[in-house]
Ligand binder design. Sequence first.
Ligand SMILES: Cc1cc2nc3c(=O)[nH]c(=O)nc-3n(C[C@H](O)[C@H](O)[C@H](O)COP(=O)(O)O)c2cc1C
Length: 314
Amino acid sequence: MANLKIKFCDVGFENPTVLASGILGVTASSLKKVVKDGAGGVTTKSIWLEEHKGHSNPTMLGTENYFINAVGLSDAGIEKASAETFPEYLDGKSPPGRDLRPAPIIASIVASSIDDFGELAEKIEKCGPDIVEVNISCPNVEDEFGKPFACVADDAVAVTKLVKGKISSVPVIVKLSPNVESIGEIAKACADAGADGFCAVNTYGPGMVIDVDMRMPVLKNKVGGVSGPGIKPLAVKAVYDVFKATGLPIIGTGGVLSGEDAIEMMMAGARLVGMGTMVYYRGSEGFGEVVREMDEWCEKNGVKNIEEIIGIIK
Ligand SMILES: Cc1cc2nc3c(=O)[nH]c(=O)nc-3n(C[C@H](O)[C@H](O)[C@H](O)COP(=O)(O)O)c2cc1C
């Protein structure tokens, strides 16, 4: 058996697979189930300062080749996360009992103003996550054009600096949007502003799917973010670009469904591999299966330690 253990920003993971934000990450019991099924770590659904209503149904469509969603980042807010999700997941084992947790938990936070990110950062640190992931890929109201913070380098830098200034006990990683001219440039700007690592990438798009018989878009919101198998080559290239630009730890996310896909992400530069849409195809049991497939690949290819393959594509 190959050594699949990974240290990411000094946090230890039993294997490189991580539940991506937004899928099964709402309740402590679903997060625990994903760990039981084999994930090396979990990410919460993105948490807002206040309750946030999402879009109306239908919000998702899955096909063989891609997935499109306009869930709209619905969430109950930080109060619920701090009163229920975190205490239940951690079973009261806040620091210093980190090694007793089911697996590292990454807290994803999202806001539509820079100030809200600051307030959220203070509150989320108190919940006791192992890593904070700053989701700057959602459209904001502060930027003049309503673009996601992740699409404007100055905004991405401002959020990164503010959150890093508030959080001192755990690493802060930035979740990047792929919908930019140069993801490497945005990543470099965030790295210079103090980011400890990245999650790359969020969904592509927005895209649109039309039901030709009904002559209307399938999603009530008309457009949505695209994920799943169809985006994998794009996501692998984005991870490669971010790794080349910064050399920082990356959770490579986008279209990973199998052990070989996960190996590919790591060769591009990812230390951990996020999976979201995979759950729709393989169920949460897919985590354990992907880990087994990674191990089989390592065995077949004489890889004793998964570290050996990280970022080997020059
Ligand atoms: C239904 C759904 C909900 C999502 N919600 C979030 C979210 O709350 N926060 C976030 O940062 N990303 C969210 N994402 C994006 C995923 O975390 C991931 O970055 C993206 O789907 C690409 O990975 P995948 O192809 O493995 O799904 C969501 C994706 C899907 C499909």
